[in-house]
Design a protein around this ligand. Structure first.
Ligand SMILES: [Zn+2]
Ligand SMILES: [Zn+2]
Length: 302
């Protein structure tokens, strides 16, 4: 079975508290790791959750507010000190590369591993990264500074032939190939139907929508994703404050989920003022039933 899940490392907004970290999430796709945002303390959270951070292949940074990248230089340096050799790719706003380079230069650090940097193009649907497992495209969000969301789409996979059926029917390699290409096969005049033997592998999609004012323009680009993470910095009645600070309320996030017809909504980027996060979830559920909280240390299947 293929694996596609996301572990929450931080789900708070701007200010970390004693038990809530700023934004970071780790995506695991068949044991390849992708880090989404890297707020202060991310490397500590990775350690606490026993996640092998040398496995991270790509780091995506949504925008240059500190709560989304102040942990990056620390993580990069630790990877260096632990003698990482594996290449790392960073995708982020253009200025991020200058910031990293300056921080490394003044410390006289020359990273032991190769880093490639890919500047984000802030437009809906722009391709940011592609490898054998996923394709990642951008969302143009509406925040005080340029901010991107990300859509992670699994690459379509070859259907798999059920192991028990291979045994039952003593299928040959040629027959398995035939089944994988979508055909049924004949056995002594009897047809072995493709759909009874082959399991289609449905590619999954995860959309990550952090700091933004409610933005309906992204809806066509997140349509029917399996899991949508949408920020809910504020409760439903704080629409004025949400608008002024370019953030979203619970109801606004849930409305986006509803209009995009996603399967599940996960909320986060909580304002420090809220202690009872369940209240935020309840507000979302008034609009969109299948809502879960982003909770640090928890892993959610996409
Ligand atoms: Zn933020
Ligand atoms: Zn921000």
């Amino acid at each position: 079975m293929s694996r596609f899940d996301v572990t929450i490392l931080g789900a708070n907004s701007a200010i970390p508290t004693a038990n809530r970290f700023p934004t970071a999430q780790l995506l695991n796709i068949n044991e390849s790791y992708y880090l989404i945002d890297c707020g202060e303390g991310t490397q500590i959270q990775l350690r606490k959750n026993k996640l092998k951070f040398q496995r991270i292949e790509v780091i995506f940074i949504s925008h240059l507010h500190g709560d989304h990248y102040f942990g990056l230089i620390g993580l990069l340096t630790t990877m260096h000190l632990l003698k990482r050799e594996k290449p790392l790719k960073i995708v982020g706003p253009e200025k991020l590369w200058e910031i990293i380079t300056l921080q490394l230069d003044v410390a006289g650090t020359k990273l032991a591993y190769p880093v490639t940097f890919e500047p984000i193009s802030f437009s809906n649907g722009a391709l940011l990264h592609s490898d054998t497992k996923i394709e990642v495209t951008a969302l143009k969000l509406n925040h005080r500074i340029a901010c991107a969301g990300f859509v992670f789409k699994q690459k379509p996979k070859e259907p798999s032939v059920r192991k028990d059926k291979i045994q039952d029917h003593q299928l040959t390699i040629d027959e398995i190939k035939e089944l994988k290409s979508g055909n049924s096969i004949e056995r002594k005049g009897k047809e072995l139907l493709n759909e009874l033997i082959v399991q289609p592998q449905q590619p999954k999609a995860y959309a990550y929508v952090t700091d933004t004012k409610m933005n309906e323009q992204i809806i066509p680009f997140i349509k029917e994703v399996d899991l949508l993470y949408h920020e809910t910095t504020f409760k439903k009645h704080e629409t004025k404050r949400a608008k002024e600070t370019y953030h979203s309320t619970t109801h606004q996030a849930a409305e986006i989920a509803l209009k995009a017809n996603v399967t599940k909504l996960m909320i986060g980027h909580y304002s420090t003022r809220y202690d009872n996060l369940e209240e935020l979830r309840q507000e979302c559920m008034e609009v969109f039933e299948n809502t879960v909280l982003a909770t640090e240390g928890e892993t959610i299947l996409v």
